[in-house]
Design a protein around this ligand. Structure first.
Ligand SMILES: Cc1cc2nc3c(=O)[nH]c(=O)nc-3n(C[C@H](O)[C@H](O)[C@H](O)COP(=O)(O)OP(=O)(O)OC[C@H]3O[C@@H](n4cnc5c(N)ncnc54)[C@H](O)[C@@H]3O)c2cc1C
Length: 409
């Protein structure tokens, strides 16, 4: 293999370049990214960048000897050639790492999204005390932006179509335990409220009510950025279809090896027996090592199978929220660990926090959320990776550490 092209210069694209070199690839690597920036980290955008604590999240990747074309977009793919707005890039190996694009709403209102560092700087400079900020979507990003904007003194309203925040990730019962956080932060939360469109005056809700806004932030999810691959012959299905080693497949055409990594990859999960596409930092961080090994054709056996337990964290309303595994599978039992309704200590000391676990009928821990209990998460992730179970009754007792529980089996 002489030349590898990487489409997408985010975390997953940048990490793959580093991994290719680490694995001894000495040929040419060209990375093409639509943004004007070299690879940077996104999680701080809705946290430290928005609060003004940091400005720059450039990742410390060693990309010496990698040609990085910033501000250039891949527009189409033919077997062996990526068409870009800077001309064709021929290759004999391709990495697809084009991530995801935020979903927006119909209408002509002055809306914002939060995906890029430029979006984050733009939103940060708009935030001020008294600003009427309407956020559409009480998901991870909506909650994080609401936290910061309210702390700055903006009048924040979050509009959510579902009957609880974080419903898609945590289900309605656990998601509902975060409702009180909004009121405590002075944020108005309107659940079960669908939005029709945006206008210059604000948000038009289903039913016709107009919610006035100075700024509107849409945080209703993202879609894989794979439009440029239409008609290429690569299998696409809500992302780039990839096998458990992250190899993409050509349909009816012969082409060079292609792998997909990060947010845009819809890979076959050996663990869950189905296709997954997971828009989490951990995926962008971990999948490139497997993608690089697959592209270079090494024989590392099962070590080169991408088989994670999905993991995500969020910082919202003063809480560190972490989630791993799967939630909401029919027949699973939800078990609480600690009291989600316990008031915060009046003396300002650290609250105990709480967790909740989803147990499969055979007793194994399928998913877990922790709120202010990071040590629970460390042990739970290890347990889930091993596919193990613990006693749900003892799980409910916060006096027993997760580490002890896991050791007891
Ligand atoms: C504001 C925000 C906060 C987040 N917070 C968390 C968090 O707390 N915890 C967590 O686990 N995850 C979080 N995430 C998710 C995490 O950041 C993503 O999963 C991760 O960035 C995905 O990396 P990626 O490289 O696959 O895709 P991306 O980061 O999207 O990078 C893809 C790059 O490809 C470029 N591109 C797209 N199309 C083309 C094209 N045709 N040609 C060339 N380039 C193209 C894009 O412009 C982009 O720069 C957050 C995401 C955002 C946006």
């Amino acid at each position: 293999m002489r030349r590898i092209v990487i489409a997408g210069a985010g975390m997953a694209g940048g990490r793959t370049a580093v991994e290719l070199r680490r694995r001894g690839f000495t040929g040419e690597i060209t990375m093409v990214g639509a943004e004007a920036h070299r690879p940077y980290d996104r999680p701080p955008l809705s946290k430290a960048v928005l609060t003004g604590r940091i400005d720059d999240t450039t990742l410390p990747f060693d990309l010496d000897g990698v040609e990085v074309l910033t501000g250039r977009r891949a527009t189409a793919l033919r077997p062996g050639t990526v068409e870009t707005d800077a001309g064709p890039l021929e290759h004999d190996g391709l990495v697809i790492a084009t991530g995801a694009d935020p979903v927006t709403l119909p209408g002509d209102g002055p809306v914002r999204v939060l995906r890029t560092i430029d979006d984050a700087h733009g939103l940060r400079s708009a935030l001020r005390p008294g600003l009427r900020l309407v956020i559409v979507g009480a998901g991870w990003i909506g909650a994080e932006v609401a936290t910061t904007a309210a702390a700055i003194g903006a009048e924040v309203t979050v509009v959510e179509a579902a009957d609880s925040p974080l419903r898609a990730a945590l289900g309605p019962v656990v998601g509902a335990r975060t409702i009180a956080w909004y009121a405590r932060a002075g944020v108005t939360l309107r659940l079960g409220t669908a939005v029709e469109r945006t206008t210059a005056d604000g948000l038009v809700l289903a039913g016709g009510e107009v919610l006035p806004a100075d700024e509107i932030l849409i945080g209703i999810g993202a879609r894989p950025s794979v439009g440029w691959l239409a008609g290429s012959g690569l299998a696409l299905e809500r992302g780039v279809v990839a096998d458990e080693r992250l190899a993409a497949s050509w349909e009816g055409v012969d082409g060079p090896p292609v792998v997909a990594v990060g947010d845009c990859a819809a890979w076959w999960s050996r663990r869950y027996g189905r296709r997954l596409r997971v828009e989490h930092w951990d995926t962008a961080q971990q999948s490139p090592s497997v993608g690089a090994a697959t592209l270079l054709g090494g024989d590392e056996g099962d070590a080169a199978v991408y088989d994670p337990v999905p993991y995500f964290w969020s910082e919202q309303f003063g809480w560190m929220v972490q989630f791993a595994g799967m939630s909401g599978v029919e027949g699973d039992a939800l078990v609480w660990r600690g009291d989600p309704d316990a008031p915060r200590p009046a003396d300002g000391s650290r609250p105990v926090g709480w967790s909740a676990g989803w147990f499969a009928p055979d007793g194994h821990l399928r998913g877990m959320v922790t709120v202010g209990r990071p040590m629970d998460m460390v042990a739970a992730r290890r347990l889930m990776m091993a596919g193990g179970g613990i006693d749900p009754t003892r799980f409910a007792d916060v006096a027993v550490t997760m580490k002890e529980l896991v050791a007891a089996g």
